[in-house]
Design a protein around this ligand. Structure first.
Ligand SMILES: Cc1cc2nc3c(=O)[nH]c(=O)nc-3n(C[C@H](O)[C@H](O)[C@H](O)COP(=O)(O)OP(=O)(O)OC[C@H]3O[C@@H](n4cnc5c(N)ncnc54)[C@H](O)[C@@H]3O)c2cc1C
Length: 559
């Protein structure tokens, strides 16, 4: 992963006389080189360029030490501009005796902290005491700036949302800067893209930037891996949710060369859960992000290769190999394949929603957007556990959370512990017999129309944020014609395949194993499996059990 270490604060000295510049630099380095970066520039213009780069990297500047008499741009003129960029930095003018008046005027105009008369020898008497005092003062109020990734964009841009969601789900700390609400964001965009802004803009701690990047481009920058190291593995796992991660840990710990391919971020649906309270061994619950981070660390420790973001687009069977085709057209061969692709949010199909998705309308995404909803009213559609967890999470940030539930109560669809938490929370309102029938807005969501499911009566309310949690379906079209699925796309396995006879094309003289699909050597675990219990623990259980069958299969497979 890209390192984000805090750079030492800079001392910048500017002078057009190369000899004086060298002398100042030498003296500064000698006394402050261990704690500060000493930078120098021969003109105000070059110095301002350097400052813009420091600003884009979020590196701090502690002090300017600037000659007053410079052609093109005087010291005072330079400081006028520099203080826009680093208002907290201390300002010292270097002056000749004849410039004393200008220096004194500057104390008022650009609030210089000091003016030093040249020459400053010996520095121990005439330079360091002054600078020590100023630097002590600066350090006393210095708060180290954020050193990670900064994302600048519009809150209502779907691309901004996609980047924030990708970083959050991959556990990469970032700072969100809203171009509509943050002056600093404006300035940074101006420096980074003087020829016109293209947002979102991602600034990385090494000073590089990405304009309107794809998840793949960000992944490359932050050190995620999307290409497999080897052409062949004993086991390929598709999907990095709880089922895939458990299989990866068990597979690799038992000696199988294992690669796990995940199209968004390890953790799957569980990764988007703000608090899982029923997972064994965590009496106070844990967040899905935390579970994912721990599982990824464990998998890596056993040598699992994790490719993310990378999507599997198809599978070919050429016995004894299962050949996995990836979105970038590369292929990976394996003997055993485990499909653990889970389910994805079902879309709500009402007028206006599709156009506003990512612009105030979101599926899941509680964690990435919660901060932006500070002090606002948030609407949540759905009455199951995922909606309940989201409501609890948003209630910490939003002024009011309204849950729109089609049925007459939460009791049929939600666990009792969550119902209790919700009713104890003052700023959550549960509105039953209610469904969203329309969304309106120009650039972002402005209003929703809610229908009463009993009376049909409609009401339109102003709304800026709508989060939808209405169940999920598998996305397994890429397996069409490869393994047997039910009408909704859930994959059949083991006994489910054996209603009357062995599956068509099955060429072994044994029945499919418990978690084996209709092709020998292709296994399935977790929510994507037909008839599965849709829980974190059951996904983890199935992922681990599947490895037992993988071993049995591999012991017989020809190579
Ligand atoms: C908000 C929320 C809260 C929840 N809370 C709880 C709870 O408190 N307790 C509980 O027990 N359960 C909870 N659940 C349910 C639980 O998260 C799921 O049952 C569990 O995550 C299923 O795990 P899985 O590995 O089968 O699939 P998933 O978690 O769905 O993971 C599948 C992964 O496969 C990836 N993928 C899909 N297709 C491809 C492809 N073609 N190529 C590569 N990768 C692909 C997806 O990106 C995804 O990361 C919650 C679910 C949600 C959404």
């Amino acid at each position: 992963m890209a390192k984000s270490t805090q750079a030492k604060p800079a001392l910048l000295t500017v002078d057009d006389d190369p000899e004086v510049l060298r002398a100042v630099e030498r003296d500064l380095r000698r006394e402050y080189g261990d704690r500060f970066r000493v930078l120098r520039a021969e003109s105000g213009a070059t110095a301002l360029e350097a400052l813009k780069q420091l600003k884009l990297r979020n590196d701090p500047v502690a002090l300017f030490l600037v000659d007053q008499r410079m052609p093109q741009m005087s010291g005072v003129e330079f400081l006028e501009e520099a203080m826009q960029l680093f208002p907290e930095a201390k300002r010292v003018l270097l002056t000749a005796y004849a410039d004393t008046d200008a220096a004194i005027r500057a104390i008022n105009n650009v609030k210089t902290d000091y003016y030093l008369l040249k020459p400053w020898d010996p520095p121990e008497e005439r330079l360091y005491p002054v600078l020590n005092d100023l630097l002590d003062d600066w350090l006393s109020s210095f708060r180290p700036p954020f050193t990670g990734i900064r994302v600048i964009g519009s809150r209502w841009s779907p691309q901004s949302h996609q980047i924030k969601d990708f970083l959050a789900r991959n556990q990469v700390p970032y700072q969100w800067m809203d171009i509509e609400a943050d002056e600093e964001a404006h300035r940074l965009v101006e420096y980074a893209e003087p020829d016109g802004p293209h947002l979102p803009l991602v600034l990385l701690s090494d000073g590089s930037r990405l304009i309107q990047p794809s998840n793949g481009q960000i992944a490359e920058k932050i050190g995620l891996k999307t290409r497999a190291e080897k052409p062949f593995y004993d086991l390929v796992i598709v999907g990095g949710g709880p089922a895939g991660l458990a299989a990866a840990v068990y597979g690799a710990s038992e000696g199988l060369s294992t690669v796990m391919i995940e199209k968004e971020a390890p953790g799957g649906q569980a990764g988007s859960s703000s608090r899982i309270e029923n997972y064994l061994g965590f009496p106070v619950g844990l967040s899905g992000g935390d579970l994912a981070r721990r599982a990824v660390t464990q998998a890596r420790r056993f040598g699992v290769e994790i490719l993310t973001p990378q999507e599997v687009k198809g599978v070919r069977v050429e016995d004894p190999y299962r050949i996995v085709q990836l979105a970038d057209d590369s292929e990976i061969n394996c003997h055993a394949l485990l499909i653990a692709t889970g389910v994805a949010w079902r879309k709500l199909d009402v007028p206006g929603l599709q156009e506003l998705t990512g612009r105030g309308v979101y599926y899941g995404a509680a964690q990435a957007e919660a901060l932006s909803c500070q002090g606002e009213e948030v609407y949540i559609v759905g009455g199951a556990n995922s909606a309940g967890q989201a409501a609890m999470y948003f209630s910490k940030y939003a002024r009011k959370v309204t849950m729109l539930v089609r049925g007459d109560s939460l009791t049929k669809s939600m666990s009792q512990y969550l119902i209790d938490q919700i009713s104890a929370q003052d700023n959550i309102k549960v509105q039953v017999h209610s469904s969203v029938v329309e969304a309106k807005g120009e650039n972002s969501l402005e209003a929703i129309t809610i229908a009463n499911t009993l009376t049909g009566e409609k009401e339109t309310r102003p709304a800026t944020s709508l989060f939808i949690f209405i169940g999920a379906l598998p996305r397994t079209d890429w397996l069409d014609g490869v393994v047997e699925r039910d009408k909704q796309g859930f994959i059949l396995s083991g006994p489910e395949l054996m209603r009357h006879r062995r599956p068509r094309g099955w060429n072994l003289d044994r029945d499919p194993f418990l978690l084996e699909a209709s092709v020998p050597g292709i296994f399935v675990a977790g929510d994507v499996r037909y008839g599965s219990v849709k829980r974190v623990a059951s996904g983890v259980g199935e992922g681990s059990i599947a490895i037992q069958f993988v071993h049995q299969y591999l012991s017989k497979v020809g190579g």
